[in-house]
Structure formats: structure tokens, C-alpha cells
Design a protein around this ligand. Structure first.
Ligand SMILES: Nc1ncnc2c1ncn2[C@@H]1O[C@H](COP(=O)(O)OP(=O)(O)OP(=O)(O)O)[C@@H](O)[C@H]1O
Ligand SMILES: [Mg+2]
Length: 1002
């Protein structure tokens, strides 16, 4: 076979329900062996050439047995058979010749990796067809001098630990060890390699492996398919020649179903304090690095180090990649526009992989030589051990190798038939002699719970039958069905089957959801009830036989569960209706919505881990809307995670990436906790902890254009926070100044070009910020504002602590020595962005404060509560004031609009006629009314500040009750005054406005 570059095939699957709901369009097209992807945003395309491009998106039909085949008359669709013929058959041919072969599937979650590798139901994938075909060929072997031996192993790598999927019993928590030996390279020590005599046995083993994988996935709370599965079929041909000597030709076929690729870079550029990656993604990211390094080597680059040793997966695949193997990669693609980024990255990955060169050799040697080599190796080991003197660790390792060699020699002494017989006995022992068919029959008769997993391949694998009487679920070993996982109690649920009716009751404190609603008391279950135990254990209840219909369970997949749970939390989704003619905007919202939905289970797990590890941290997903947050709508909407320390009430805002990275670290921490390890205490490595940081509360944008006409700006802006709620009202003033730094009056209006070449000064001041929610919610918090003008250093105000109304006292002067056209352009096209930031006291400081506080003045509870009420009243009044300010602001906006109209008229040098005089007249009236209003409101503000001073006096002043009472009396009196003043000023404003409007109508 010439050249041994890795063969690469890509395959695009049909739309799934989610994509149909999103009204997705297909962005993949194929022609011959090339694949083209279209960017849905700008229509640009990229083409990639591969060994095979498989179209499995449409043009197919389902035959009577449920097998997807090309629609009659069409040759476009590639079915499972064709994929096997192109790829699997080659693997088989190689195996017969004695070459190692490897086939691995890459792609994002749900892209169709497992469909191609393992398949679903009657649509069998490459692995089963290859095994089936291998045995078909073996059965035709009539050569008595040729013994054909097949053995099977199946393992899973999760969190850098190797688990033998063919072992049912509990395995060592640290997983199986990876070892290296000079001949075989890296191998898994102690992995079961089961001799099999026919395809049926492989099928049984695979079934068992899938059940073990599912149980592990549920126990580890891995809602996302993040484990890698490696199946190895070892095929030996022992050929005896006429002289009685035998030759062994062997081939290892590695079939690898990788974890979803979207998780490869969650440690990436998150800008997180915790830099170290989580072990969960280590294998996938290292695989990417190995492929890149190998592609570089193939491209002629020298001195490239291939980092095989950096992860378990790449160690095991060392021969498959860049070694003694003929290797094939299948890249699975989603056709939908909403997955563009991930699909493009898969195509790039595949494009790199095709450059890798392997050097496959036939593995053939006389059997006697194998035994001789083992004996020689043994003698060498014994000698090394005899010499002694080495470190204790070394001698332990030598003894281990010796034992391993002896085991292999003993194994070689056994005949193949003996090995097969042992495997059969082992199987029976493992299954307690129970006939599998018999077990199956039970769920055919009885109601049962079947598991639902994010990975379709693992859904419906476990079936817990509910016999008549009581069935219990829980962590305890006394439960009928032991379920582990986050948020599961020792005893979690009690189910009673009366024979005709099945009811479920939560054990005290247990978290159970039925059809998205929390279960509080005993409830009857209906056929196809969706059940969630704890934070991630999902089951579908399948009722009495009489209630069942063919395939009625299918609809209730993982997505359905998630959508239902989200819906009950107020996130509404259109589950079934496909939308047509979606615009780009809608597409983006849908992607965002999906992101949000995908995060919900992760959030719920993070909260459960926090609870179990007693971290007191709460996570909530939010959608940050730029419309409410950023007046210019810069940047898109995005999902953010609000993190709150429930004890200290400190808040952090995390990006989705940072959260996912942290979540992986939390999971690792939790796994260690479950394994009984003592957890690290330090904050530095704690994924739940971060130093207290300032929170961005909102910003306002002030157009600087009027400044270029020397017109002052004095406006109130409403700032919105992440929740889209009003955060504060901020007043911003920008005044042009004369050379001496004095304010210019209204008369100073000029044409911008008149400013050219002259000096120009102005002052930005932020006199007040009102109704600051951040501080009103928690008086220990503070706020400050900052802005940047003409690319100078940012200007920052002082931090004002604990006040809903704050005076930043910020004044900043800008001096431009000589105005240039560039400067005028800047004013005319830019806005000043003033940001409001929330500060929080350091946790240490807070403890200090609380400590001091508790040592403070003793106060009578009664007086304190009265004061609190007064404070509340003041808050209400401030709110009213804010509302009026908003009215005022709107009126002022109208005024500005009219002003701009006048300016425009001036510019056009239109003769100012009667009409505009009326306008100016109206403006003057309105301005007069507003000025009056302002003055009044100012007085009110002064009064409120006074009241607050009294409040302070009475709170902190002295322990003398007499003083407090006096203060309270004064406060009450002032409040009355404020009230009447406020209503008076609203009335007079109303009247002025009405008059002005009447005039305008005339
Ligand atoms: N070529 C195809 N034709 C029809 N259906 C397909 C095809 N490929 C995938 N599917 C369907 O898409 C769904 C997801 O596929 P699959 O389970 O293979 O994804 P995956 O890449 O293995 O995901 P995960 O990373 O979660 O394991 C399955 O329901 C499967 O039946
Ligand atoms: Mg899969």
C-alpha cells in the first residue's frame, strides 16, 4: 500500500429537532470529495478536500426495518453500509494482512460520531459491521493449520482515569494504570481482553460495556458526553507450517469514539485567575496538540516534540497517530447554521489530521520467538532484581514486570480453547447465571424507569423495573436501586406499585421533579412522566403494558427534559413549531437561547456541588442585554453567570467560558470528595472563590456634538443593569469654558469652524447619581463612575459608600490649546461614555466592620426600627423624586430637539420668520418652567440630605435616648415639609407645562 497518510472522511447528518425548531438552514454542501461550508453571517464560503465527503443530510428514506437508505433514484445519500465499505472494509483487509488499524470519530456533541462508529438500532455503525464481517470471514476459514483468534476490550477515559467497561464491579477510584513496554508501547495494565468466538458474544460485551458506561456517566454527574471510549479488537492469526513451527500475525484494531469536541478549549482564553486546565479536557486538548505537531512534522518542520505523554488518550493512541498503524478519522458535522463555528473548527481539525504520515508494518513473528523473547526478558529482570542495591521503588517495579511476564507466559501456554472456556465461565459468574433474555422479559411486563442521558447512545440503556409493592431509590446500599449523583439522598424516593397504579413519594428533603414541577407529596405517576432526581439524574417512567404504544418514548429525549424544566423556571420555548424565514437576528437569539438552555443543567450541578461541599455560593445564568445595558447597543447579547456568596452577599459576574472552566474544576473537586480524599483548603486553588471585584453596573452615552457649537450639556440618564432593571439616574454636565476657566453663557453659541485654531476648554462634571439600586440593596456597597475622553487616561471618581443618592463631586477639565479639524470631528462623531461601577468591601474588611459594629453603641430596638421606617420613607420619597427627574429629563429632551431645529435653521441661513419666534417663545416658557422646577427640586434635595444627616446623628450619635427622640421629632417635621413641597412643585410644573402646551396649540 503506497504511503500511509491518515485517511480522513467527513460526514454531515440530518437536522435534529433542535435545529428544526430553530428553522436552521444547511450551511454544508458537498461535491465529489470536497466539502464546502458557508458562513451564515456574510455568505462567504470555505472549501476543504478530504478522502471522502459523505452526504447523509437528506435524500434518504426509511425502509420497513427502520434502516435509512438512499431515496429511490438518488445516489447522493451515504448510508452506513457505504461508510463501512469505504472505511471498515479497509480496516479489515489491513487486519488480515497483519497491520494495526485505528479509526476515530471527532466532532461536537450530537454531530453523529457514535452514529457512524456504533450506530443506532438497525442502522449499525462501522464497529458492529466490521466485527460481523470479521467473523463471517473467519467462518469461511477451512485451513486447519490456521487458527484465528479474536479478543475484545472496551475502556473509557474520563477525567484522565481509565475505566474498564467490561468489568461490572467497582473499580479502583484512581483508574487503571497506563504502562509502557518496549515492544507494545503504552498499554493499560490489567485491562480485560476477552476472547470471543462469534459476533453474538461481541454484541453482548458491547451491551454490557454500554450499561457500565451509562451507570458511570450518571454517577459522575457527567450530563455532557465528555468521556472517550476505546474499543480494541485484537485479531491473531496463528499459522502452523509444515515443519510444525507456528507464526503469529497480529493486528490491533482501535476504534475510538471521542468526547464532544466543543469542550476541547474550555480552559482556553477565559482570562481566569485559575490558569491550570482541568483534567476533564486534558485528553482532548492534547489530542489537538499532537495532531498539530504531527502535521507540522509531515510539513517538513524539524525538532517538533509530539506531546503524546501529556494525556492518557494520546499515550494510548500513540501507535494510531504517527506510528505503526493505518489510521482513519471520521469528522462528524452538524449541517445547521447555528453550529457554524464548531463545524468550521471540526473541518480545520480534520484538514490538519489528513497531513499526518504513519509507518505501518506487518506484525508477524514466529510464535516461538515471542515465547523466547519473553523468557529472555524474564532472565534479564531476574538478574536486575538479584543485583539489588537499587531504590525500593525500582525493585517493586521490576517485580511487577516479572509477574506480568509470567502471567503472559502462562497465558501463552494455554490453548485458545481453554481461554475461550475461561471467558465463558467468567461471563456467567459476572451475570450470576441469570439468563439475560429472562431479565429483559421483566420490563416487558412491568412498569419501569428508564434513564435519559444527554448522549443519545446512553439513553434508555438502564431499566429499573417496578415490581408490585415498594421500590426505593437512593444512595444507600439498602435501596432497591442504588443511584448516585449530585443531590441524591441516602433514601430519595419511594415508589409503590399496587398492580394497577404507581405512586411516588419523596423522602424528606429529597429533590424530585415530575414533568418539570417539584414533587412535594405522594403523587400518582402517569405513563411517560419525566422524572429528575437530585440535580442531574433523569428517568422516563414507562407505565403499564396496556398504556404503551410503539415508539411513544422517543419524543422524550434529553432536550425535551431540559426544555420542560426550563419552561417551569419561566424560560418559555416553542418546543415543536419550526420557524420559517428566520432573520440573522433571530438566528443569533436562538443560538443564545440554546447556550442559555445548555447552561441550565450545568448551573444546577454547580449549585448542587456548592451545597454538598458547603461552599455557600449560588450561580444564576442571565442574559446580558445590550439594549438595556449599553445605549449604543455595542456588542451582542451574551449569557453571563452571576455568582453570589450567600453569606457575605458578594457578587461576581463570570463569562460563560470562565464558568465552564470553573465547573470542570468543581467537578474534579467533587470527584475527589466522593473518593474520600481530603480537599485542599487554600483559596488559591478553590474554583468557588475569587477575590472581591468591582461590578460594572451600567453606562450612559452622551453625544458630544453640541459641544462643538459651544452649547452646554446638562442631562439626566437612566442606567440599566444586567437584569435590564433601572440601576440609577445619573446627571452629567458638560460646560464650555472661556480662557480664564469661567463658564460661558448661552450667548456663546458658535459655528464649529469658528473654533478652528483657537484654544478650547470645557468641564465635565457628574454632580449626582440617584436611586442607585446597587447600594440600596446592600448598604455596605459603594459606587464610583469613570470615563475616558479623547484617548486620555481614564478619569475616575471617588467611591461613595452606602448611599442611594450620591454626589461624586467629580469635575474634570479638558484644555485643547489649538482646535484642529480632527478635534472638531471627534466632538461631532463621538460620545462620552460614563460607566458606573459597584464596589464591594473585602471579606476581611467586612468581618472587621461587623466586629466593630457589634461593639458599637447599644441602641433600643424600638428606636432603631422607627429609624428604619423613616429611612424607608426617605427611600420612597427619593424614588418619587427620581420619577419626577425622569419627567423633567423627557421635557428637556423635547427642548433639546427644538434647539437642534433652530440650530439647523441657523446653519441653512434661512430667514428667521414669525414661526421660529413662536418656537423660541415657547422654548423660553418651557425653560422658565423647568428652571423653577429645578430650583424647587434642589430645595427638596437639600431637605432630604438634612433628614439623612439627622438619621445619621440618631444612629451613630450617642446612646442617649433623649437625643434620638429629638432627632426623630425633627426628622418627622422635615418629612412633612418635604412632602408638601414636593406635591407643590409637581403641581406648579404641571400647570406650567399645560400653559405652554395651550400656547403651542394656539
Ligand atoms: N447520519 C445520520 N443519519 C441519521 N441520524 C443521525 C446521523 N448521524 C447522527 N444522527 C442522529 O443524531 C443524534 C446524535 O448523534 P450521535 O449520538 O452519534 O452524536 P455524537 O457525536 O456521538 O454525540 P456525543 O458527543 O454526545 O456522543 C442521534 O440521535 C443520531 O441518531
Ligand atoms: Mg456519542
Amino acid at each position: 500500500m503506497p504511503g500511509d497518510s491518515v485517511k480522513v472522511a467527513v460526514r454531515v447528518r440530518p437536522f435534529n429537532q433542535r435545529e428544526k425548531n430553530a428553522g436552521s438552514s444547511c450551511i454544508i454542501s458537498m461535491s465529489g470529495d470536497s466539502t464546502t461550508i458557508k458562513n451564515p453571517e456574510n455568505g462567504s464560503t470555505k472549501m476543504f478536500a478530504f478522502d471522502y465527503s459523505y452526504w447523509s443530510h437528506d435524500s434518504f428514506q426509511e425502509n420497513g426495518e427502520g434502516v435509512f437508505t438512499p431515496r429511490s433514484g438518488s445516489t447522493k445519500y451515504t448510508d452506513q453500509r457505504r461508510v463501512f465499505q469505504d472505511l471498515g472494509q479497509g480496516v479489515l483487509d489491513n487486519a488480515w494482512q497483519g497491520y494495526n488499524a485505528a479509526l476515530f470519530a471527532y466532532g461536537q456533541t450530537g454531530s453523529g460520531k457514535s452514529y457512524s462508529m456504533i450506530g443506532y438500532g438497525p442502522n449499525k455503525g462501522i464497529v458492529p459491521i466490521t466485527c460481523e464481517e470479521l467473523f463471517k470471514a473467519i467462518e469461511t476459514n477451512k485451513d486447519s493449520q490456521k487458527q484465528l483468534q479474536v479478543s475484545f476490550s472496551m475502556l473509557e477515559i474520563y477525567n484522565e482515569k481509565v475505566k474498564d467497561l467490561l468489568v461490572k464491579s467497582k473499580q479502583a477510584t484512581e483508574g487503571l494504570k497506563i504502562r509502557q513496554n518496549p515492544q507494545a508501547g503504552f498499554y493499560v495494565d490489567g485491562l480485560r481482553n476477552v476472547p470471543v468466538r462469534n459476533y453474538k458474544e461481541i454484541e453482548k460485551l458491547m451491551e454490557q460495556g454500554t450499561v457500565n458506561r451509562t451507570t458511570a456517566s450518571t454517577n459522575m454527574n457527567a450530563t455532557s458526553s465528555r468521556s472517550h471510549m476505546v474499543i480494541t479488537i485484537r485479531f491473531n492469526q496463528v499459522i502452523r507450517n509444515a515443519g510444525g513451527e507456528s507464526n503469529t500475525r497480529s493486528s490491533d484494531i482501535n476504534l475510538v469514539d471521542l468526547a464532544g469536541s466543543e469542550r476541547a478549549d474550555s480552559t482556553g482564553a477565559t482570562g481566569d485567575r485559575l490558569k491550570e486546565g482541568s483534567a476533564i479536557n486534558q485528553s482532548l486538548s492534547t489530542l489537538g496538540n499532537v495532531i498539530s505537531a504531527l502535521a507540522d512534522i509531515a510539513g517538513g518542520k524539524k525538532n517538533v516534540l509530539v506531546p503524546y505523554r501529556n494525556s492518557v488518550l494520546t499515550k494510548l493512541l500513540q501507535t494510531a497517530l504517527g506510528g505503526n498503524s493505518r489510521t482513519i478519522m471520521i469528522a462528524a458535522l452538524s449541517p445547521a447554521d447555528i453550529n457554524y463555528d464548531e463545524t468550521l473548527s471540526t473541518l480545520r481539525y480534520a484538514d490538519r489530521a489528513k497531513k499526518i504520515q504513519n509507518k505501518a508494518v506487518v506484525n508477524e513473528s514466529p510464535t516461538d520467538r515471542l515465547i523466547r523473547e519473553l523468557k529472555e526478558e524474564n532472565a534479564r529482570l531476574m538478574a536486575a532484581l538479584g543485583k539489588g542495591g537499587g531504590k525500593a521503588d525500582d525493585s517493586e517495579e521490576l517485580q511487577r514486570l516479572l509477574r506480568e511476564n509470567e502471567r503472559r507466559m502462562a497465558d501463552m501456554d494455554k490453548t485458545w480453547e481453554q481461554k475461550l472456556e475461561e471467558a465463558r465461565r467468567e461471563w456467567e459468574r459476572g451475570h450470576g447465571g441469570v439468563d439475560h433474555e429472562e431479565e429483559q422479559a421483566e420490563w416487558r411486563r412491568l412498569p419501569y424507569f428508564t434513564n435519559v442521558n444527554e448522549d443519545t447512545q446512553l439513553s434508555g440503556v438502564i431499566k429499573h423495573c417496578l415490581r408490585v409493592g415498594e421500590t426505593t431509590f437512593g444512595k444507600s446500599s439498602t435501596a432497591t436501586y442504588i443511584i448516585r449523583g449530585l443531590g441524591i439522598q441516602e433514601q430519595h424516593a419511594i415508589i409503590k406499585n399496587s398492580g394497577s397504579k404507581v405512586t411516588m413519594e419523596p423522602v424528606k428533603g429529597a429533590k424530585i421533579y415530575v414533568n418539570g414541577i417539584k414533587l412535594k407529596a405522594k403523587q400518582e405517576l402517569c405513563h411517560l412522566s419525566r422524572i429528575k432526581f437530585g440535580s442531574s439524574c433523569l428517568f422516563l417512567y414507562v407505565g403499564q403494558v396496556s398504556e404503551r404504544k410503539a415508539n411513544d418514548e422517543k419524543e422524550y429525549d434529553y432536550d425535551y427534559f431540559m426544555a420542560e424544566l426550563a419552561e417551569h423556571r419561566g424560560v418559555a420555548i416553542d418546543l415543536q413549531t419550526p420557524k420559517i424565514n428566520e432573520s440573522m437576528e433571530n438566528l443569533k437569539s436562538y443560538v443564545l437561547f440554546q447556550e442559555f438552555m445548555d447552561l441550565l443543567p450545568q448551573i444546577s450541578e454547580a449549585n448542587a456541588i456548592s451545597l454538598e461541599l458547603n461552599k455557600g455560593v449560588k450561580f444564576e445564568a442571565e442574559i446580558k442585554t445590550p439594549a438595556s445595558h449599553d445605549a449604543l447597543q455595542h456588542g451582542g447579547k451574551e449569557v453571563i453567570i452571576q455568582v453570589t456568596n450567600e453569606k457575605t452577599k458578594k457578587v461576581w459576574i463570570w463569562s460563560k467560558e470562565k464558568f465552564l472552566h470553573r465547573k470542570d474544576l468543581m467537578e474534579e473537586l467533587y470527584c475527589r470528595y466522593m473518593d474520600g480524599e481530603s480537599l485542599p483548603m487554600g483559596r488559591d486553588t478553590d474554583p468557588f472563590w475569587d477575590p472581591v471585584e468591582d461590578i460594572f453596573l451600567g453606562s450612559c452615552h452622551i453625544m458630544l456634538q453640541s459641544l462643538s457649537y459651544c452649547v452646554e450639556i446638562d442631562e439626566h440618564f437612566t442606567l440599566h443593569n444586567y437584569h435590564g432593571k433601572e440601576e440609577a439616574v445619573m446627571r452629567v454636565k458638560i460646560f464650555p469654558l472661556n480662557d480664564k476657566g469661567e463658564y460661558l453663557g448661552d450667548e456663546s453659541i458658535v459655528e464649529p469652524r469658528e473654533l478652528l485654531g483657537k484654544p478650547f476648554n470645557f468641564e465635565i462634571s457628574i454632580p449626582e447619581c440617584m436611586g442607585v439600586r446597587w447600594c440600596s440593596e446592600d448598604r455596605s456597597r459603594g459606587v464610583y463612575c469613570k470615563f475616558t475622553i479623547i484617548s486620555k487616561e481614564p478619569v475616575k471618581s471617588q467611591t461613595v459608600w452606602g448611599k442611594g443618592y450620591c454626589d461624586f463631586g467629580l469635575k474634570h477639565r479638558v484644555r485643547e490649546k489649538k482646535v484642529t479639524q480632527e478635534f472638531i470631528n471627534y466632538l461631532q462623531t463621538h460620545s462620552l461614555v460614563v460607566e458606573l461601577w459597584g464596589s464591594q468591601v473585602n471579606e476581611e474588611d467586612q468581618i472587621h466592620q461587623t466586629f466593630n459594629g457589634s461593639n458599637g453603641h447599644a441602641q433600643s430596638d424600638d428606636v432603631f426600627s422607627q429609624l428604619k421606617n423613616k429611612d424607608l420613607e426617605i427611600e420612597h420619597l427619593t424614588k418619587d423624586l427620581d420619577a419626577m427627574k425622569k419627567d423633567n429629563f423627557n421635557l428637556k429632551k423635547k427642548l433639546d430637539k427644538q434647539q437642534t431645529q433652530i440650530d439647523m435653521k441657523k446653519q441653512r441661513r434661512v430667514d428667521v420668520s414669525q414661526a421660529s419666534t413662536t418656537d423660541v417663545g415657547l422654548d423660553a416658557d418651557l425653560a422658565q418652567a423647568l428652571r423653577l422646577f429645578f430650583k424647587d427640586v434642589k430645595t427638596v434635595q437639600g431637605q432630604i440630605s438634612e433628614i439623612k444627616e439627622y438619621a445619621k446623628m440618631s444612629q451613630h450619635g450617642s446612646s442617649d435616648n433623649g437625643n434620638i427622640k429629638k432627632a426623630l421629632g425633627k426628622q418627622e417635621q422635615k418629612l412633612h415639609e418635604v412632602e408638601s413641597k414636593l406635591s407643590g412643585c409637581v403641581d406648579s410644573l404641571k400647570e406650567s407645562v399645560a400653559n405652554t402646551l395651550r400656547k403651542a396649540k394656539r
